[in-house]
Design a protein around this ligand. Structure first.
Ligand code: ZN
Length: 130
């Protein structure tokens, strides 16, 4: 468990912590608040992410994700739900560009064979080759 630095990039910081602690397989969850956010929506027919940017403070009502390997490096895939000042929520694939105001996380490491991501022809995504 820990907290992220004020002003840091949420996804970059979580990834750096997994790398620093040598975690290659695990799960992540977090709550807190962001100063601004960038989340992705996967366009299934176009097979590419489209991004929404929120340039306003928001609450992290939930962040959940996993840690696996991509190109032999720890890789975090996380989805996030954010609430604005009226309680209205938005959610999607956590992308770089989400700036931490305050964030508390739980990162659980698992033993066992690693999961490696590779290109999946059907979806165009980097999925687990299991
Ligand atoms: Zn995703």
């Amino acid at each position: 468990m820990g907290k992220l630095r004020h002003g840091s990039d949420l996804l970059t910081e979580l990834t750096a912590i997994a790398v620093r602690r040598g975690i290659q397989l695990g799960r992540i969850e977090a709550i807190g608040a962001v100063r601004q956010a960038r989340i992705g929506f996967y366009d299934q027919s176009g097979q590419k992410y489209r991004y929404c940017t929120f340039e306003q403070p928001m609450e992290i009502t939930q962040l959940i994700g996993n840690v696996s390997l991509k190109d032999e490096n720890a890789f975090i895939h996380a989805h996030i739900t954010l609430a604005d000042e009226t309680g209205k929520c938005y959610g999607g694939h956590l992308a770089h560009g989400t700036e931490v105001f305050a964030c508390e996380f739980i990162l659980e490491a698992y033993d066992g064979p690693t999961f490696e991501r590779s290109f999946d022809v059907e979806t165009g995504l980097q999925l687990w080759s299991i």
